[in-house]
Design a protein around this ligand. Structure first.
Ligand code: URA
Length: 208
């Protein structure tokens, strides 16, 4: 697995704005989309292109287009929805597969309650979206669901990750690439990332 930490001034600046304790819902939402857009740019750098000839203003011209174009984005409910529009801005033809999990309070394991995957998912590159990669439990379950559905190329886009979550995914799924705006210090005792962003879902949906 390759972990790519986006080393770009715009991403650093926008993430810094998101860490402000009293940021408004609108600003947090807008910035989530903007950083998702920039992470998409990073995560799609290796996509192959092919040439074709079109009629330009001065006659035939050879242009490049993305080969295949089979992508599905996979927002993890609910916070992942906050990154969805940013990615769709960059890849308008992407199909959307949605997954949702709740936590079993006894085992603390994620339990799937919703999965709706795009048609022909086995032919698509999946871009998983979640603002926070914390313990890695939900991401692990999502990757397993996608692999069971036949998905061969899987990448994950996150705003902030904890080293603990990255270590868990690296060990279990070395073939999955991770793109993240920042790797923060650690998890606290209830699984929140420090310094982190707080509860990203609440901030995106304005529920706290
Ligand atoms: N989910 C969040 O929203 N924030 C964290 O810090 C960890 C998980």
């Amino acid at each position: 697995m390759a972990v790519h930490v986006a080393d770009h001034p715009l991403i650093k600046h926008k993430l810094g704005l998101m860490r402000q304790h009293d940021i408004s819902t609108k600003d947090f939402r807008d910035l989530s989309s903007e950083v998702a857009r920039l992470l998409t740019y990073e995560a799609t750098k290796g996509m192959e292109t092919q040439t074709k000839t079109i009629q330009g203003w001065a006659g035939p011209v050879v242009v490049e287009e993305i080969k295949g174009k089979k992508i599905t984005i996979v927002p993890i409910l609910r916070a992942g929805l906050g990154m969805m529009n940013g990615v769709i801005d960059m890849i308008p033809s992407a199909k959307v597969s949605v997954v949702g999990y709740y936590r079993n309070e006894e085992t603390l394991m994620p339990v799937e309650y919703y999965v709706k995957t795009a048609l022909n998912i086995e032919e698509r590159t999946a871009l998983i979206l979640d603002p926070m990669l914390a313990t890695g439990g939900t991401l692990m379950a999502t990757i397993e669901t996608l692999k069971k559905a036949g998905c061969k190329t899987i990448k994950g886009l996150f705003l902030v990750a904890a080293p603990e979550g990255i270590a868990k995914i690296t060990a279990a799924h070395p073939d999955v690439d991770i793109y993240v705006a920042s790797i923060d210090e650690k998890l606290n005792e209830v699984g929140y990332i420090l310094p982190g962003l707080g509860d990203a879902g609440d901030k995106i949906f304005g529920t706290k």
